[in-house]
Design a protein around this ligand. Structure first.
Ligand SMILES: Cc1cc2nc3c(=O)[nH]c(=O)nc-3n(C[C@H](O)[C@H](O)[C@H](O)COP(=O)(O)OP(=O)(O)OC[C@H]3O[C@@H](n4cnc5c(N)ncnc54)[C@H](O)[C@@H]3O)c2cc1C
Length: 477
C-alpha cells in the first residue's frame, strides 16, 4: 500500500504494528521479513520514487579531517535508498571480524558469525547471488577469498510492486522523520515533516531506525538533544566510532603460472585476505587484497631487470610464453574504531529542520600499520613460494602520505550506533535494541562495532532479517 501523506494512511484505517524509518536495503528487508511473519509495518520514507534535488539536499554536510566524498552524493534519499547506485560487491564478514582481537582496540561484537549464518540463504535470494564460495587457505597466513556480485539489486525497483500490493506493508512517501518522541523507557510516536513543512505524528508499537550509516546517528543525536537524553540515555558512544573501508593502490605484481588468474572472478580480480591466525598475531585490521590483471607488467619487468637480471630475464620469458601475468594490487582495509572518528550535529539545519551532519574522519597510525604489514607480508609470501614478485607503490615504499587522486574509500558508512554488551560501550544490544528503550531498534551498518574488510550490505541484510525474526518473537504468544 502506498500513501503520499499521513492523512491518506489514516483514511485507510491502516494502523501498523511496526514503524520502519527509511526504505533502503535495511528497511525494505525488515518489512519483508515482518510480512512473512504476518506483522504489519509502515515504511516512512523521506523521498519519493524518484530522485528529487530539493529532498536530496538534506544530505549535504561537512567533512573534517581526511579527504572524503561529498556527503550528498555518498548516499541517496529516495525509495530504495543508496541501493539506487550501489555497485553490488557482496561478502559476509569473517568469523574473526566478530571476535575481540588483542592489539585492535574496541573490537569484538556481542554476537558471532554463527548468529548471522542462518540468514545466508535468504540474503542470497534478496541480493540475487549465487551460493557463496568457501575461502581457501593457501598457507598459515593467507587465504584466497571470493566476492559475489549482485546484479546489483536496486531495492526500490525490485520491491515496488510487491509493496504496492502488500496488505501488510504500508509505504509513506515524502515523509521525513524529524523527531523520535520518548516517554520514560519507550518511544511514544515519531514526528513526520512532509514536503510542505506540515508536521504530523505517527504511533506504532515498535520503531526501527533504518536511515543509513550516517543518518541513523544524526537522527538519534537530534532526537536525544530535543528530549534531553530521553532517547539514548547513556549517549557516550552515540555518533562515535564511525568507520569506512579505505581503498588504495598499494603496488604492482608479476604472478607466475601457479598463481595465475585462471580462477579470477568475472571482474578480472583475484582476492586474498589474511587468516584469523595472522590477524590475531599481528594486531592489524582485516584486509582485502585485490589483484587486477593487466597493465603494470612492462614497467615492472624493466625495473626488475635492473635489480635482479637473472630472475627477471626468466620472468620475461614466461610472460612471452603466457604463463605469467602482470597485476595491480589494490587494498581495502578495516579501520580500528576510535571515538574521535564521529558524527556531530552542525549549527545549520536542512529544510526539514534537522541540523546538518559534521563528519570527523581521519585515518590513524593503525591504518598505516594495517596496510603496510599486510602488503609486505603478502609480498614475502609471493617471493618465498616463488608465485610472483610484488613492488610496493611509491607512496608506501617511501613513507609518503596517502595519494590524493586515489579511490580513498568505499562509501561504506559504519559505526555511530555500535552494538555492544553494555550501554557504556555502545548504543544497541545484541538484538539491535537501543539500551534503556523497550521499543526502539536500529537497522543498518551504524550498528557495526567493527567493519572487517567486506562491503557492508550483505551483513546489513542479514542483520535486518534477524531483527525481523526477533521482533516477531516479541509478538509470539
Ligand atoms: C557509489 C556507492 C557504491 C556502493 N557499492 C557498494 C557495494 O558494492 N557493496 C556494498 O555492500 N555496499 C555498497 N555501497 C553501500 C550501500 O549502498 C549501503 O551499504 C546500503 O545502501 C545501506 O543500506 P541502508 O538501508 O542502511 O541505508 P540507505 O540505503 O542509505 O537507505 C536509507 C533510507 O532512509 C531514508 N531516510 C534517511 N533519513 C530519513 C528520515 N529522516 N526520514 C525518513 N527516511 C529517511 C533515505 O531516503 C533512504 O531511503 C555503495 C554505496 C555507494 C554510495
Amino acid at each position: 500500500m502506498i500513501f503520499n501523506d499521513i492523512s491518506a494512511l489514516q483514511h485507510a484505517s491502516f494502523s501498523p504494528t511496526v514503524c520502519i524509518i527509511g526504505s533502503g536495503p535495511a528497511g525494505i528487508t525488515l518489512a519483508l521479513q515482518l510480512e512473512k511473519k504476518g506483522i504489519s509495518s509502515v515504511i516512512v520514507e523521506a523521498g519519493g520514487f524518484d530522485y528529487i534535488t530539493s529532498i536530496q539536499e538534506a544530505y549535504q554536510g561537512t567533512v573534517i579531517g581526511d579527504p572524503y566524498f561529498d556527503l550528498s552524493v555518498a548516499r541517496l534519499r529516495y525509495f530504495g535508498g543508496t541501493s539506487g547506485h550501489w555497485a553490488g560487491w557482496c561478502r559476509p564478514l569473517d568469523e574473526v571480524d566478530f571476535e575481540p582481537r588483542k592489539g585492535f582496540q574496541n573490537s569484538g561484537w556481542p554476537i558471532r558469525k554463527k548468529d548471522l549464518d542462518p540468514y545466508i540463504k535468504d540474503t542470497d535470494a534478496i541480493l540475487e547471488l549465487g551460493p557463496l564460495q568457501a575461502d581457501v587457505p593457501i598457507d598459515a597466513n593467507w587465504k584466497e577469498i571470493h566476492f559475489e556480485f549482485s546484479p546489483p539489486v536496486r531495492f526500490g525497483q525490485k520491491y515496488r510492486k510487491h509493496i504496492e500490493t502488500s496488505p501488510t506493508i504500508g509505504l509513506l512517501l515524502y515523509s521525513a522523520v524529524t523527531d523520535i518522541v520518548p516517554v520514560p523507557g519507550a518511544i511514544d510516536h515519531v514526528k513526520i515533516t512532509s514536503m510542505d513543512g506540515k508536521q504530523q505524528r505517527l504511533s506504532a508499537k515498535l520503531f526501527c531506525v533504518c536511515t543509513g550509516g550516517i543518518e541513523n546517528s544524526r537522527l538519534l543525536l537530534w532526537a536525544n538533544q530535543l528530549h534531553n537524553g530521553g532517547v539514548v540515555s547513556d549517549a557516550g558512544t552515540l555518533g562515535k566510532y564511525w568507520m569506512e573501508h579505505p581503498i588504495y593502490g598499494a603496488g604492482s605484481a608479476i604472478l607466475l603460472n601457479t598463481f595465475s588468474m585462471r580462477t579470477k572472478n568475472h571482474h578480472g580480480i583475484k582476492h586474498y585476505a589474511p587468516t584469523a591466525r595472522f590477524l590475531h598475531s599481528s594486531g592489524i585490521g582485516n584486509v582485502g587484497l585485490r589483484l587486477f590483471t593487466g597493465g603494470a607488467m612492462k614497467a615492472l619487468v624493466r625495473h626488475g631487470l635492473c635489480i635482479a637480471p637473472e630472475l627477471f630475464t626468466e620472468l620475461a620469458q614466461k610472460i612471452r610464453q603466457n604463463v605469467a601475468c602482470g597485476a595491480v594490487l589494490r587494498v581495502a582495509w578495516e579501520q580500528m574504531p576510535v571515538s574521535s572518528n564521529r558524527i556531530e550535529l552542525d549549527t545549520e539545519k536542512d529544510k526539514t529542520g534537522i541540523p546538518r551532519v559534521k563528519l570527523f574522519w581521519k585515518k590513524q597510525p593503525k591504518d598505516r600499520q594495517t596496510i603496510e604489514t599486510a602488503v609486505q607480508a603478502f609480498g614475502i609470501y609471493l617471493a618465498k613460494t616463488n608465485k610472483g614478485r610484488l613492488k610496493l607503490a611509491e607512496w608506501m615504499a617511501n613513507g609518503l602520505d596517502y595519494p590524493e587522486s586515489d579511490e580513498k574509500a568505499g562509501f561504506h558508512h559504519m559505526g555511530g550506533t555500535r552494538m555492544a554488551s553494555t550501554p557504556a560501550e555502545g548504543v544497541v544490544d545484541s538484538n539491535c535494541k537501543v539500551f534503556g528503550i523497550d521499543n526502539l531498534f536500529i537497522g543498518g551498518s551504524s550498528v557495526f562495532p567493527t567493519g572487517g574488510h567486506a562491503n557492508p550490505t550483505y551483513t546489513i541484510v542479514q542483520l535486518a532479517l534477524r531483527l525481523g525474526d526477533h521482533l516477531a518473537e516479541r509478538f509470539a504468544v
